[in-house]
Ligand binder design. Structure first.
Ligand code: UDP
Length: 449
C-alpha cells in the first residue's frame, strides 16, 4: 500500500555520476518511507526526470559551459558550482515555500558535502540541513589529516610519493593522501576545508557500514563537532531498482557473461571520470591479452586521451583476444558484479564501485587515479585484504602477473574468501535488525521530528 505522504525532503546532489547515484538512492529510500522528494540539480549532467517519475525535479542555472566542465579541473568546477548555485537555489526554495501546503512542508535539505552552499541557504531560510557523505569515513579522516599537516607547516611535502606512514593516520602512506593537483593549492585547501566542515547542519548521513568502518566513524565523531550520524550504507542495497546512469547501459554484455565459466571473468572499469593515455591503454590491452583470462572491459567514450572511443587500441589486440574479450561503452555495473561469471574487478576504487563490489564478494585489482580512490585502494589491499594494488607505472608483464594472481593463484583465492566473508558481514548490516537497517529507521524518525 502507498504510504500517506507528509513533509518534503529537498536533495542537492553534486552533478557527477558517482555523487548522483547515492543521492538518488537516498531519495528512493526516503520516498519509500513516505516523504515527498524534490531533487534540485544544476543544468549540467542532469539525470533524466522521466526515469524518476516519483521525484519532483527543479533545475538551477549554474551558468557553466561545457567548455568549463571539459577543463577537468574538478576543484575549480566545484568551487564555481558553489558560488553560482547559491542564489538560484535560494530563489527556487523560496518559490517552493510559497507554493507549499501544510502536508508537503519542507522538512529538511540533504546535500552532498561538495555542495556546501546548500547549508548557507538552508540557514538563511531557517530550514534544517543534513550532509550526505558519499565517500568513506577513511576519506574524511585523510582529508582532516591533510588539513592538520598543512596547519603544522608540513605541506608541501618534500616527497609526495613517500612510502612513510602518515603520523595522524598510520594506515596511509604519504603517497595515499588524496591531495589534488587540479588548480591552485589555495583553491584545493579552500574546498577541503568547506567539505569537511558541517557548519550548522544538524546531522551527517554516511554511505558506509559499521562492519567496515566503525572505529573510523567513532574517530571522526571525536575529531569533529559531535552531531548525530546515520550510517546507512550500502544504499544501493536499500534501493536496488534505482538506476541513475547518465550513459546508456549496454546490456548485451550480460549475454556474453552468460556464456563464460563461473568466476572466470575479470571486469574492468575506471568509473565515470578517470582517463588513460594511449601508452597505458596499450600496456593494459597486452597485459589482459597475455593473461589469457576472459575479460569484460568498459571503455567510456572520451576516456582515452586523444581518442573518441577504442580506435587507439593496439593493432592485433582484437584478433589476439577474439571471443575472450568483450568491450562496452558503459555497463550495467551492479548486474555485472552480481553475475556468477565475474571473478574479479579491476577498479579505480571509486567509493560506489567499491561498495558495489564488496556487496557481491568480488576481489579487486586496485588502480586508483586520484582523490579518495587512493585511500580506498589502501583499505581494500591492506586493511580488508580483498584485493591487490597496481602501484607502479602500468606495464604489461606486471599486469599479466597481477591478473593471474587474482584470478588463478592461491593468493587470489584467499582474497576471494575474505571478500565473501565481508559480503556476509555487510548483508547482516542492511538486513532487518542490522546496524544500517536500524540507522535508516532512526534517520526517518530524525527527519520527521
Ligand atoms: N557505473 C556503471 N557502469 C559502468 C561504470 C560505472 O553503472 O560501466 C557506475 C557504478 O556502478 C558506480 C558509478 O558508476 O555506481 C561510479 O561511481 P564511483 O564512485 O565508483 O566512481 P566515479 O565515477 O565517481 O569515479
Amino acid at each position: 500500500m502507498e504510504p500517506k505522504r507528509c513533509r518534503r525532503v529537498v536533495l542537492v546532489p553534486c552533478p557527477f555520476q558517482g555523487h548522483i547515484n547515492p543521492m538518488l538512492q537516498l531519495g528512493t529510500i526516503l520516498y519509500s518511507k513516505g516523504f515527498f522528494i524534490t531533487i534540485v540539480h544544476p543544468q549540467f549532467n542532469s539525470p533524466n526526470p522521466s526515469k524518476h517519475p516519483e521525484f519532483d525535479f527543479q533545475f538551477v542555472q549554474e551558468g557553466l559551459s561545457k567548455h568549463d566542465f571539459a577543463s577537468g579541473n574538478l576543484v575549480d568546477i566545484i568551487l564555481a558550482l558553489n558560488e553560482r548555485c547559491k542564489i538560484p537555489f535560494q530563489e527556487c526554495l523560496l518559490r517552493m515555500m510559497l507554493q507549499q501546503e501544510s502536508h508537503d512542508e519542507i522538512a529538511c535539505i540533504i546535500y552532498d558535502d561538495l555542495m556546501y552552499f546548500s547549508e548557507e541557504v538552508a540557514t538563511n531560510l531557517s530550514i534544517p540541513s543534513i550532509v550526505l557523505r558519499t565517500s568513506s569515513a577513511a576519506s574524511l579522516l585523510s582529508r582532516l589529516a591533510i588539513l592538520q599537516l598543512k596547519e603544522e607547516g608540513y605541506i608541501p611535502f618534500p616527497d609526495a610519493m613517500s612510502q612513510d606512514p602518515v603520523p595522524e593516520f598510520r594506515t596511509l602512506r604519504f603517497k595515499d593522501l588524496p591531495i589534488c593537483n587540479f588548480g591552485t593549492p589555495e583553491n584545493f585547501y579552500q574546498l577541503l576545508a568547506h567539505m569537511c566542515d558541517v557548519k550548522t547542519s544538524s546531522a551527517v548521513i554516511w554511505n558506509t557500514m559499521d562492519c567496515l568502518e566503525e572505529s573510523l566513524l567513532a574517530e571522526q565523531q571525536l575529531k569533529q563537532f559531535p552531531i548525530p550520524i546515520f550510517t546507512v550504507g550500502p544504499m544501493h542495497k536499500f534501493a536496488p531498482a534505482c538506476s541513475s546512469s547518465l550513459l546508456k547501459e549496454d546490456t548485451s554484455c550480460i549475454e556474453w557473461l552468460d556464456k563464460q565459466d563461473p568466476n572466470s571473468v575479470l571486469y574492468i572499469s575506471l568509473g565515470s571520470m578517470a582517463c588513460t593515455d594511449e601508452k597505458e591503454l596499450a600496456e593494459m590491452a597486452w597485459g589482459l591479452a597475455n593473461s589469457k583470462q576472459p575479460f569484460l572491459w568498459v571503455i567510456r567514450p572520451g576516456s582515452i586521451v586523444g581518442s573518441e572511443w577504442i580506435e587507439s587500441l593496439p593493432e592485433g589486440f582484437m584478433e589476439a583476444v577474439g571471443e575472450r574479450g568483450c568491450i562496452v561503452k558503459w555497463a550495467p555495473q551492479r548486474q555485472v558484479l552480481a553475475h556468477p561469471s565475474v571473478g574479479g574487478f579491476w577498479t579505480h576504487c571509486g567509493w560506489n564501485s567499491t561498495l558495489e563490489t564488496i556487496s557481491e564478494g568480488v576481489p579487486m585489482i586496485c588502480r586508483p587515479c586520484f582523490a579518495d580512490q587512493l585511500v580506498t585502494a589502501r583499505f581494500v589491499s591492506h586493511v580488508w585484504r580483498i584485493g591487490l594494488q597496481l602501484e607502479n607505472q602500468l606495464e604489461r608483464n606486471e599486469i599479466e602477473k597481477s591478473v593471474r594472481r587474482l584470478m588463478i593463484d592461491e593468493d587470489g583465492e584467499e582474497m576471494r574468501k575474505r571478500a565473501e566473508d565481508l559480503k556476509e558481514k555487510l548483508e547482516a548490516c542492511f538486513k532487518k535488525g542490522g546496524s544500517s537497517y536500524n540507522s535508516l529507521n532512526k534517520l526517518v524518525e530524525f527527519i520527521s521530528s
